[in-house]
Design a protein around this ligand. Sequence first.
Ligand SMILES: *Cc1c(COP(=O)(O)O)cnc(C)c1O
Length: 389
Amino acid sequence: MPEWYGPYGGSFVPETLVPALKELDAAWRAAHRDRAFRSELQQLAREWGGRPTPLYFAENLSRELGGARIYLKREDLVHGGAHKFNNALGQGLLTRRLGKKRLIAETGAGQHGVATAMVGAKLGLSTEVYMGSVDMERQRPNVLRMRLLGATVRPVEQGSRTLKEAINEALRDWIANVTTTHYLLGSAVGPHPYPSMVCEFQSVIGREILRESRKLWGHPPDLVLACVGGGSNAIGTFHPLLSTHAKLVGVEAGGTGNEGDRGAASIGAGRPGILHGMRSYLLQDEEGQILPTESVAPGLDYAGVGPEHAYLKDSGRVEYTSVTDDEALRMFHRLARTEGILPALEPCHALAEAVRRAPTMRPDEIIVVTLSGRGDKDVEEVVRRGLPG
Ligand SMILES: *Cc1c(COP(=O)(O)O)cnc(C)c1O
């Protein structure tokens, strides 16, 4: 469980959090080696969460494009509707092991808040979720879901009133209540041990892809794509495939695509700096002030990215690119009409890149795209932006 990925990662936190992060790191290492912990995690993931998820052949879409065969890793079918469940369950079980009774979390689109609220209810932990008031407005159904699951949603009114400020408030709460509370961070970001721990909990995605590919074709896929917000579904997809020949591509949010608009492409348009306890690529100005981000996909709307992605970008093992809001929206409609699936707007970014590349590949080549979540939460936004002609 590395703390550093080349020059990225680390643990840049106030003194008060150091003991809690050390305690978490030790508990996590012990749990990871403990067969009883792993087997409880697997059993709940299977029976409560619906794992393993299928690797689904998007036959109609592949035929339309004429090229490589496209398969979808169906994380949209996980309990709660997104991959966030995998990490929330793992950290929830760890919280019980730590003897803590209270969970706090941040959420942007609300998917991580919902996953945390589900886990809090199941494990009998009191749960409070920080959410920017702008996001509460945009993602109202998820606010209601969290409340119905027994969680308290705390509106955040600072700054841009979105994800970055929600993380700041959760960190502030954690500093004040660190002995009783676990901070259930929702992506592969933040101080050590969060990035490596979240990567491990999400690596179930890549391990299942690898196992299923061996069964279906006898070798790993040729091209694997995932969308990158903080980077947890992407790192969980990529990590188990790093030592294979598979080409790996992370897709960031390109925003409007207008000249000068960086969207939320921290790797594509950012520089190394420090935010939320980690050193990584960040969208920042000359003075190091974090820049506002904008994406049609609220789950990708973050100015930073997990430190392992920063390292994989520099090393060249993973290629990073971006897709615009309009391309993602068109992809939403296309998948709905061809495959009968409403995808979340986040993985529409990865799907759109797969659609660009498939026609340039041979029919015997295989593409896998991680479909990180379902699109129910985005239906109103997509309709508001207009149906295609
Ligand atoms: C939160 C979210 C993302 C982005 O988060 P990562 O940590 O980058 O995976 C992507 N897709 C969906 C459906 C999400 O809910």
